[in-house]
Design a protein around this ligand. Structure first.
Ligand SMILES: CC(C)(COP(=O)(O)OP(=O)(O)OC[C@H]1O[C@@H](n2cnc3c(N)ncnc32)[C@H](O)[C@@H]1OP(=O)(O)O)[C@@H](O)C(=O)NCCC(=O)NCCS
Length: 295
């Protein structure tokens, strides 16, 4: 599925030939330098997590230098997300971003693609047929308080355990409309997680893991807004005074509550898709992203 041979494309000024090939773990240090040059917070470990969940391409010069990246995550057979689309500053405007994205589209025939577009990326995505479908708000800061959010009687917050896996994957699937069982399995193994347990089953989950300059809360899915607040407040409480980030769909309505918790909205990006139809959630809502790139 992923091209392993180098595809040559001439740069527009004829100075160089640029190859496109599958990204390997050996490319991650170079990829991390590209995101660092943009002021993005991704550490090498964050790139490793992202590639582990999906696939990537790099654009390279003849001397092997990595000058562009793109990652994508197929979730089931109908939907995939795309992210970490980067072209080194000196090589922008040569058609490399377009080639990377067009290659991913060719690799995923029949898929609806989703991504969260920075203002820099949006013109490229519009040209390749993506349309805006929503807004994601980036909140971050040092949580100021550890609010107690009361749960419904009989419901309790408890740590995720391995035995929750199937139920979590089903809950996540209902909230996102995508089959992300493998991602959830990885999070259960490597991140900290809590669930809302009703005694009869799980009606919400949240994960928290190291990312960038501190900790990232997400993904979060819950049956009610109160449940989502409890699941997020738990991490604000357990990481008092530490840097926390959470990326939320604007439609979930948690933005001003997060501001009050000391996690200030610092940016917004547009969710865009090749398909006007978004996956139809069935029951629980998706309150926070795994990351801005993965969705
Ligand atoms: C977004 C980015 C990947 C585009 O890569 P690129 O190689 O410079 O883009 P391309 O040269 O392939 O341009 C593709 C098309 O988009 C258009 N385009 C790209 N950037 C544009 C801009 N800032 N304004 C208007 N049009 C733009 C180009 O005109 C081109 O159209 P054409 O093929 O019809 O001539 C690159 O600018 C980048 O890395 N930006 C910083 C990181 C970032 O924000 N990435 C997006 C993450 S969601």
């Amino acid at each position: 599925m992923i091209p392993t041979s180098v595809k040559q494309i001439p740069s527009r000024d004829g100075r160089a030939e640029i190859g496109i090939r599958a990204m390997t773990s050996g490319d991650l240090p170079d990829a991390a330098l590209l995101s660092k040059a943009l002021g993005w917070p991704h550490r090498l470990e964050d790139w490793d997590f992202m590639l582990r969940q999906g696939h990537g391409l790099v654009a390279t010069l003849e001397n092997g230098a990595v000058i562009g990246t793109i990652l994508w995550w197929p979730f089931g057979t109908r939907y995939a997300t795309v992210g970490l689309v980067i072209v080194a500053n000196a090589w922008q405007g040569h058609g490399i971003g377009r080639t990377l994205l067009a290659t991913v589209r060719r690799l995923l025939p029949g898929y609806s693609l989703y991504l969260n577009a920075t203002p820099a990326g949006q013109p490229l995505y519009e040209k390749l047929g993506f349309i805006p479908t929503g807004i994601v708000e980036q909140h971050q800061g040092n949580g100021v308080s550890a609010p107690i959010v009361p749960l419904e009687p009989g419901h309790r917050l408890r740590p995720v355990v391995q035995q929750d896996l199937q139920e979590l994957a089903a809950l996540d699937g209902a909230a996102t409309g995508m089959d992300r069982a493998r991602l959830i399995e990885d999070l259960v193994a490597t991140a900290k997680g809590v669930v809302i347990d009703t005694g009869d089953g799980i009606v919400g989950y949240s994960f928290c893991r190291k990312f960038g300059w501190g900790w990232l809360i997400g993904p979060v899915a819950a049956a009610t807004p109160i449940g989502a607040r409890a699941l997020i407040a738990h991490w604000i409480g357990t990481h008092g005074g530490e840097f926390l980030r959470v990326d939320i769909p604007a439609a979930c309505g948690l933005s001003s509550w997060l501001d009050d918790m000391g996690l200030i909205r610092v940016d917004t990006v547009n969710t865009m898709s090749t398909d006007a139809m978004t996956p139809a959630p069935d029951g629980p809502c998706y309150y926070a992203l795994t990351s801005q790139a993965i969705g």
